[in-house]
Design a protein around this ligand. Structure first.
Ligand code: BMA
Length: 321
């Protein structure tokens, strides 16, 4: 189970510095990407102003709990080379591969949601690489190392229309690439389970490598409650050499909206994990089973929360019938 940090939420709109004209008394801060870099915890926050425009802000911390938010939004240099209109860049997922941080995010455009990729080596400058998922797709998440000589990512094609026309998805897929820019769909990894907690699904933070498999947290949405959708979190263990293969998956969720800040807000009933940091690895890059895991999540599309667990605890939870 994930345990909430007692003093949640860790970030609210009050933590976002005013920077006129765009950032003045903003509405919300949620769905942060997370990484540990040179002993600092770094979050990339999704911030919305009262025009419902989206900005990405960096926050840093020494302990992973108390964050200081930078005054200036992140600029993805090169984004302007995309000639089509980009409405929002959001929900960044951060993966470190050989010392470079890759940021994969969603981009709302006229013909649906795309995946964008940016890189940074210092968290001061951010370079936009390209659109790297051209169908309607969201929740793109890079693995921290190549598998079988290829870069690998999970993604969630949006092939299901909700009432109101919003596109979502019932399956998480795996894609592979030689250069991180051109991707080939390999096939589905897992499906939503109709009538239960995870009817539609999408990847959360990038997976972490454990001796028992890739440990991955995802979100599941229950749509069967009349007018309300409930966003929850679960976990899955994927095969180390063939991550398209699911070894175990939590039957019940490991975090669900219960606290007031998760139950009410811009979008009620939402916990949306987007960042995960494991505190210790062995010399071969495997997460230690006793290591603490910090999960950063958006709550009710309004604030950001922190919840923790241990590697082995989550693996055991995946295996529980
Ligand atoms: C999903 C995404 C997330 C959001 C969630 C709840 O489809 O748009 O960014 O947090 O819905 O509204």
């Amino acid at each position: 189970m994930l345990k909430r940090y007692q003093k949640n939420p860790i970030l609210t709109r009050k933590d976002i510095p005013n920077l006129p004209p765009n950032l003045v008394d903003v509405s919300s801060v949620f769905n942060p990407g997370a990484i540990k870099f040179k002993d600092q915890y770094i979050l990339l926050l999704r911030v919305q102003n009262r025009g419902r425009e989206t900005f990405t802000l960096k926050a840093t911390s020494q302990d992973g709990i108390h964050f200081k938010v930078a005054k200036n939004p992140v600029i993805f240099e090169g984004l302007e080379k995309i000639k089509e209109k980009i409405y929002h860049v959001y929900d960044p997922r951060l993966t470190m591969i050989e010392g470079v941080c890759y940021i994969m995010f969603a981009m709302d455009m006229d013909d649906g949601c795309k995946l964008g990729l940016a890189i940074t080596k210092d968290f001061e400058t951010f370079e936009f690489m390209d659109i790297v998922g051209r169908g309607d797709v969201r929740n793109g998440v890079l693995f921290p190392e190549k598998i079988g000589g290829k870069y690998i990512r999970l993604e969630r094609p949006n092939r299901q229309a909700l009432s109101g026309g919003i596109m979502t998805g019932t399956e998480i897929w795996l894609s592979s690439s030689d250069d991180l820019l051109h991707w080939k769909e390999e096939g589905p990894v897992m499906k939503g389970r109709f009538h239960y907690w995870d009817e539609t699904i999408g990847s959360g933070p990038p997976p972490i490598k454990t001796k028992e498999g890739w440990l991955h947290i995802y979100h599941g949405v229950a749509h069967h409650f009349g007018s309300a959708s409930v966003y929850q979190a679960g976990a899955v263990l994927l095969d180390l050499n063939d991550p398209q293969k699911v070894l175990a998956r939590t039957r019940q969720n490991i975090l669900e909206p219960r606290e007031l800040y998760e139950l009410t807000g811009q979008v009620p009933n939402v916990v949306f994990p987007s960042g995960m940091i494991c505190e210790s690895y062995d010399e071969h890059g495997f997460a230690l089973s006793e290591a603490e895991i910090k999960v950063y999540y958006g709550a009710a599309d309004t604030v950001a929360g922190l919840a923790t667990s241990k590697v082995q605890e989550l693996i055991d939870r995946c295996k529980t019938e």
